[in-house]
Design a protein. Sequence first.
Length: 372
Amino acid sequence: MLYLDNSATTPVHPEVKEAMLPYLLEQFGNPSSKYYDYATTAKDAVANARQAVANLLHCKTDEVIFTSGSTESNNFIIKGITDQRKDLGKHIITTATEHPSVLETCKYLQTIGFELTILPVNINGRVSVEQVRAAIRPDTILLTIQWGNNELGTLNPIAEIAELCEEQNVFLHSDATQVIGKIEFSLEDMPGLQAISISAHKYFGPKGVGVAYLKQDAYNLYPDITPLFHGGGQEYGLRSGTLAVHNIVGMGVASKIAATKLKHNIEQLTLLEKRLVELLQQQFGSNIKFNQPSTNKIPGIVSVQFIGLNNEILVKKLAPIIAVSTGSACSSAKPSHVLAAIGLSLNEVRQTIRFSLSPYIELEELNIFKEL
């Protein structure tokens, strides 16, 4: 079977698996313990992984906070920042195409007294800097906007929005889950971007581990933020709970690989996407319509309407040979709010399939589409 649902999750890289195994078996120490070898080995392993993630993101090691994944990171940052800043204002800005872990968190905050502005997107699923500027108010305390969309691949102008937020003194958080290992960036070059969320399993690491990046100021201080979990004070007092060393080690190795292969992976994903689009056009012609933008996008994500066909039935028919999805894995039982936000009708949404590629796919493997 050809696996083309890499925006939902990716297989664990063999090097990641091999690095994790010792920490599941013989190296089982708790990094918060002291003095004996099991503990110091675990502590060193976590430190090495933290450095690898920092190298990938181009940030300081102390700005890397390990979590269970992007859903937790999004909740931690959004709830934690708004709780600390509620005396300065209660206005939050987000967009219509965010992941549910952002949208639902913001909607929850609405129920306890915060005001929420949800920015509409254009037909490509993108917001503009001008939209953001117009939405910012004196009482705006948080802007949370995804870097790249999981269904369309659309990239938002995060660098420009970061400049605006720095100018306006608005805290900017971005869900960067889908862009890791697929675009080039440096957090050092974006001082206005104060927090991001990422998950290891989106770039060939294990499930159950992610990072909340929190930018420190010139005095190496974190922004005022209320922890989501209280307890033993791990992760600089920001995320209590015994660290899952095996998963963190896996994320570290996945981050090293992503950093080393970044340029190659971008080129390969771009090549694969171009070929997939060509094959779909050859096989289906005017019976399909592409939803994703042609520029300013994550390489490797292709969203296609199969006109007159139900996407769930099509996914099931393809299942023996190709693994694809109808949209976000986190809300696949519901019609896509992302596709609705770009103006698609319910019927068009129910005709859409998302293909998400992997840089480890060989070009020849896509020839399976000639048999459809």
